[in-house]
Design a protein around this ligand. Structure first.
Ligand code: UDP
Length: 238
């Protein structure tokens, strides 16, 4: 069965990135995947959480929130269980590419705000956060940013909709999916995290493999988008 928006099973929604959207933040990206729109900013502070004091290593922490007008039914401000889970996921994903020793006693603060939600907001936030973090680090540390960022990281959603494995679900697909499967992966290929749920059913090993293959295709393209967006910063990142 064709997808409701006519995309091929392995086709991403159109992605656009406005790098440096917020001038007051040393790193920021307004990121769109179809109608899903996320604003991510990154700031550095010269403090670390108490459990890291005196150890000479840095930290990265993240917050995620959906703006009240981002969903069809108004979303109340404040942190619910879902946003707590997502902000921790964003933090783990970005820490996977940060050398905290090379960073030294600084904390990177990543803030992801969903302006419009149409499926895949957590994965959009992670892909955009990498761009904001790279710029915040470059702005503070110059070329040394390349020793702090060890690799790139990007994320994409996949799922099984009407029996078919598909890439980058929008809300109509997400809300009817039989399997919901988010993948976070490094540019170098290593998996950081996978989140897979059979929505009221189960899924097979071959289906799992098909979803991982789709995610690989999508993430390869998103890493390319990050590379094109960051341009001159990339020589510092292997
Ligand atoms: N959604 C919503 N209100 C909520 C949570 C989710 O409208 O409180 C919608 C929104 O479009 C979101 C989608 O459901 O993108 C899928 O939500 P999920 O929790 O799977 O996270 P996401 O796919 O955004 O990472």
């Amino acid at each position: 069965m064709p997808r409701h928006d006519g995309r091929a099973p392995n086709e991403l929604r159109p992605v656009t990135v406005e790098r440096g959207f917020v001038r007051n933040s040393p790193g920021s990206a307004l990121y769109r995947a179809g109608r899903t729109t996320v604003l991510v900013t990154a700031h550095l502070s010269d403090k670390v959480p108490p459990f890291l004091e005196g150890k000479g290593v840095g930290w990265l922490t993240a917050e995620y929130s959906m703006l009240p007008g981002s969903t069809p039914t108004r979303k109340s401000r404040g942190t619910d269980g879902r946003s707590t889970e997502i902000q921790r996921l964003i933090g783990r994903s970005l820490r996977a590419v940060i050398d905290t020793k090379a960073l030294g006693p600084w904390t990177l603060h990543v803030d992801a705000d969903v302006i419009e939600a149409d499926g895949g907001t957590r994965t959009a936030a992670i892909t955009a956060a990498f761009i904001a973090v790279a710029d915040a680090l470059s702005s503070r540390f110059g070329e040394a940013a390349g020793t702090i960022l060890r690799d790139s990281v990007a994320a994409v959603s996949t799922g099984i909709v009407a029996g078919e494995p598909v890439l980058d679900l929008d809300y109509p697909e997400d809300s009817t999916a039989e399997v919901d499967f988010n993948v976070i992966r490094l540019g170098g290929g290593g998996l950081v995290e996978v989140q897979g749920t059979g929505e009221g059913g189960t899924f097979s090993r071959p289906q799992l493999q098909a979803l991982l293959d789709l995610a690989d295709e999508g993430i390869d393209r998103l890493i390319q988008v990050q590379r094109e967006t960051l341009g001159i910063h990339w020589p510092f990142i292997v």
